[in-house]
Design a protein around this ligand. Structure first.
Ligand code: NAX
Length: 337
């Protein structure tokens, strides 16, 4: 059989890590015929939880699982890594300023980037889930000068999937018929979930929304006042209702992100959303890790080009991108880039 793919998961003792492990080991991320070797990275306080998860993986007897290592040593964890899932991060504590949060995460993602630079396989793909995800990915990439910047991405697929779910509910239609929504910008409350190119069973959704809400103006109001904030603040809604942050949906989106990157987006299913280093497309300053409409072809991500950007969209994209530029400037000032 094939050589196993090495998958390194940070924060493996945490909630999203726990939900991810079983889906990876069962073949849902890389394919039902692809063996995987798991490397679980934790900080010392998280090691026991990760070790416990490793025992349960053994108990699940996944035929594809070629081995599991648990470590608190980043260099060992990223040695030979093909797919790096950077989930562990420092959450914002009470009274913590933004600069403190960025500095604490710089202390995590800088060294992890360096360890990836030192030991990763040539085909390494990195997805950062831990927040602030876009800027953490930028820091990791800056510490991995030998790895092409395009291999560093941040997760906005959860936001993308949330947008699909909200649109399906509003149109009372199956989610599988909807395609080509886009998340632009930062994975934060400033993100812009854009439906202006979305279709339902091939029909543009904007006229359908106008029909549903009684006119184009009413549809635009619904987008601005209900849909966009609901998607952007869905994480807070989940915490309020569930009493705990998104876990299963975040893990599921991470699986979708890597599966589409490695295996390709299917032409019939439209594009997805990925935060990746800008090449200047759509006026987003080069190098910022910003979310775009993205297709994956032959193992490479490419930004969908040539989409019309309305005035409504332009203002919202610019606002989220300005926030990203501010985060970049802040981590640069802290010496983290
Ligand atoms: P948990 O607190 O349950 O787990 C985080 C784990 O990371 C802990 O076990 C901790 O010990 C570990 N960790 C901390 N520093 C580490 C380091 N330097 N190396 C290795 N492990 C380390 O959080 P969980 O609910 O799993 O969420 C993880 C991260 O995902 C958070 O930063 C969260 O904000 C972020 N999210 C990102 C989302 C996205 O769409 N991009 C959505 C879901 C989630 O909110």
């Amino acid at each position: 059989s094939e050589t196993p793919v090495t998958v390194t998961l940070t924060g493996a003792g945490g909630q999203i890590g726990y939900a991810l492990l079983f889906r990876i080991a069962s073949g849902q991320m890389l394919g039902a015929d692809v063996p995987v070797r798991l490397r679980l990275l934790e900080i010392p306080q998280g090691l026991k939880a990760a070790e416990g998860a490793a025992l349960e993986l053994q108990d699940a007897a996944f035929p594809l699982l070629a081995g599991v290592d648990v470590t608190d040593d980043a260099t060992a964890a990223f040695d030979g890594v093909n797919v790096a899932l950077l989930v562990g991060a420092r959450p914002r504590g009470p009274g913590m300023e933004r600069a403190d949060l960025l500095a604490a995460n710089g202390g995590i993602f800088g060294p992890q980037g360096a360890a990836i630079n030192a030991g990763a396989a040539d085909d390494v793909r990195v997805v950062v889930v831990g927040n602030p995800a876009n800027t953490n990915a930028l820091i990791a990439s800056a510490h991995a000068p030998d790895v092409p910047a395009e291999r560093f991405t941040a997760l906005t697929r959860l936001d993308h999937n949330r947008a699909l779910g909200q649109l399906a509910a509003a149109l009372d239609a199956p989610v599988g018929g909807i395609r080509d929504v886009t998340i632009w910008g930062n994975h934060s409350a400033s993100q812009y979930p854009d439906v202006s190119h979305a279709t339902l069973d091939g029909a543009p959704v904007l006229p359908l929304l106008a029909e549903r809400f009684g006119g184009a103006d009413a549809a635009e109001r619904w987008l601005a006042e209900e849909f966009i904030p609901r998607v952007a603040k869905r994480g807070a809604e989940i915490i309020e209702v569930r009493g705990s942050s998104s876990v299963g949906s975040a893990a599921s989106a991470t699986i979708d992100h890597v599966r589409d990157w490695v295996g390709g987006t299917s032409p019939g299913a439209g594009w997805t959303s990925v935060a990746l280093p800008s090449d200047g497309s759509y006026g987003v300053p080069e190098g910022l890790i910003s979310s775009f409409p993205v297709e994956s072809v032959d193992g490479r991500l490419r930004i969908v080009q040539g989409l019309a950007v309305s005035e409504f969209s332009r203002a919202r994209i610019d606002a989220s991108v300005a926030e990203l530029a501010g985060e970049r400037d802040a981590v640069r000032a802290l010496g983290l880039l």
